[in-house]
Design a protein around this ligand. Sequence first.
Ligand code: B3K
Ligand code: ZN
Length: 873
Amino acid sequence: VTAKRRADYLPPAFSIPLVDLTISLHPTKTVVKSKLSVKRRLTKDSVKDTEKNDGNKSQPLILDGNKLSLVSVHINGTPFSDYTLDDETLTLNVDTDDFELEIENHIDPENNKALEGLYLSGGAYCTQCEAEGFRRITFFPDRPDVLSVYTVKVIGDKSFPMLLSNGNPIERGENPDGTHFVTWHDPHPKPCYLFALVAGDFDLLTDTYITTSGKEVALELYVDKGKKSQGTFALASLKRAMKWDEDVFGLEYDLDIYMIVAVDFFNMGAMENKGLNVFNSKFVLADQDSATDDDFFNVEAVIAHEYFHNWTGNRVTCRDWFQLSLKEGLTVFRDQQFSADMTSPLSNRIKHVRVMREHQFAEDASAMSHPIRPEEVIEMNNFYTVTVYDKGAEVIRMFHTLLGPEGFRKGMDEYFRRHDGQAVTCDDFVSAMQSTTELDLTQFSRWYSQSGTPQVSLAHNVTSNETGYVHTFTVTQNTPSTADQSEKLPLYIPVGFEVIDEDGNRYRDDSGMIQNDLLIVDAPEITITITCDAKKLTPVLLGNFSAPVKVHNELDTASLLTIFAHSQDAFNRWDAMQTLYNRCISELYENPTATIDSGIWAGIHAAIDSEIDNIELLSECLVIPSFETLCQSRSNISVQPLIDARKAFCRQFSTQLEAVLLNAFNGIATQAYSYQQDAVNARRCKNVLLSHLARLPQHKDLVISQFDKADNMTDTLGALKAAQSLPADAFESLMAKFEEKWRHDPLVLDKWFALHATQPREDILATITMLSEHPQFSMGNPNRVRSLIGSFAFYNSERFHNLGGEGYKFVTDYLIKLDALNPQVAARIVTPLIQWQGFAEPHQALMKAQLGRLLNHKGLSKDVFEKVSKSLA
Ligand code: B3K
Ligand code: ZN
């Protein structure tokens, strides 16, 4: 297995302006006929003087192909046999510069359980080509910088009434053998990873959208039979996204038809294929009964994300896969901005910061650490990571912060003006941005090449002189070395910086280095001073999470409560409470019999009282940091003691604050269900409160009564989550009722699987084994596997990290089986196992023992191999 390196990029030797495919669908023997117009880019003349030209011989045409049976090759209509074929490539020794290449091959969609390329699952044919799946359909230069205009004829049995591909349908008809066909033409040149084909029998929802410039676009949403009513929200979301992209970025859709198909078997969330998005049904189907508010939110966000890719991804695509963040970081940033506009900026920001702290920081600290633009890749699918996506979006957000909304928009306009229709690099993006701003982005662009989580630390000293008190703030930055990179350079870090006193008065620094509440930290150390009358000042760092860094700012409880009371930034107020909780948990971690100071409870009590009418902030502030978040500010972690400390804190939280929590709970009126921000906030707050109250035996009935009365999935699930802390029999009985009602709805049942899998009960492994025999469970369906096995590995830390090592072994045993079927999903779920660095012995040794078993397993996929071998290196 060899890695590819970013530094080794070479432009393609051939271009393929036209692709003409005829695909005759058959479960085990689909026939693919491909007709390509091929043009040599590096002709003998153009390479004459370079070292690539070995004499007069032309370079061969090398096509990727994987798991294909080759039937025939023709060049300009004549059979061609001067080629070599191996497991990964077809090499054609052609001398011509401009020719037509015809290839016929067969594929087996029914037995394609990896769900990459063309597969037949759940009664429908479906494709997934990104990153390198097109090579499982036909022989082709499977790289994003070869752009072609596609014409695709799909032929299928009439039991598949809908035959879809990219672009516009140009012909349809019937064949003498009883099959039928549709021919599609996509006028926009595209890389092959954006190719898509879907065939099946679906329910269809339609609508139209008129763009600002008056163009009419037909919208079509294909869902499983009987699910039509669950598709309306997705379709409405699509229209909101289309409008938003016009309003905010001036970007209109560019085809006459936009299709979305929801399928049950899908390796990830969704795919932005040109004009034909394919979605995991989880991110399309939603109604009040079966979907939570979070599900509605996610549907809207993912629909928007894939739509936004039409410009950031499809019109302007990546030159090579190392540039993935070019489209993903940017598109995630765009979908985050959209969601903030559609729902609420605060809760969105908190949501995304949680992802960074729980998952991205963990990735940086692991053997899989990589910059947002990776340098080296064995299996590209392993790099669709929280680093490339979410940290990538944070980097784009910093551009936005530094340039301001208008400056950012100017840069984006320039990016499209320069690169529409091209396959480009992250450097091209930076340089488009650079051309519209005075700010020198040279140092800033290190964010693309440097991995790891920078640590920003603050030292605060006070002296006094005749003019008053002189506060000196020394801000240092340091990026610890990572598995992939030992040397680190100083970054250009915009650090939100607010200084307040106990009454909330704000202070400027003496030399005006803080501008717009931001301090630019571009050197290893920056010092500022504030001279004033106040002896006590509280510095508030990283407002709105202005950069993807960890902050070290020693503040006492009083200062944290001052921030909560007075910071101008709601995000900072939330963050101060998180720090306070984190600190209390540390106390209990170090001394399990410690009791939290009553002053702290009084402070939290007052904080709750003060926000009783601001239920959005209140509910965020009532969430105790997750175990995963707690891990990111600690090293050498003993899992059970940390979990116990968190539980002890939660218990004291419930006991000490019972009255105010109950009062708040009763104060929020239940209203008829609607997915409107006020109603969402109210439900969220009630459910957070319920989870605290549920720890107290006297409030068991609140949980049960909410479960019994709920008229929507948010409250039902809220009750079930709260019930996780009720006695086992009470929880089990609610779970049984739930299963009884929902056993025929796989997406809802996923929630049920996950609730079981995250229970810290001692016999959890037996429970999971039993659940994997459930009629709705199947190892072939990624959603089921993620909800049962993934939830256990990622979120049942107590049992996964159990010191007997059974949790690690259980996941490993499962992964060995899963990897044979679906390497992509297996490589995702191996993540918690490879992140052993933060844990104390014997966790590390036990985890490594299981990783060793995986590595020794014969026939391990490249996907799992890459992660496991790195983690053991
Ligand atoms: N671009 C796809 C992800 C493809 C993942 C390939 N393993 C979805 C998205 O980011 O929009
Ligand atoms: Zn994306």
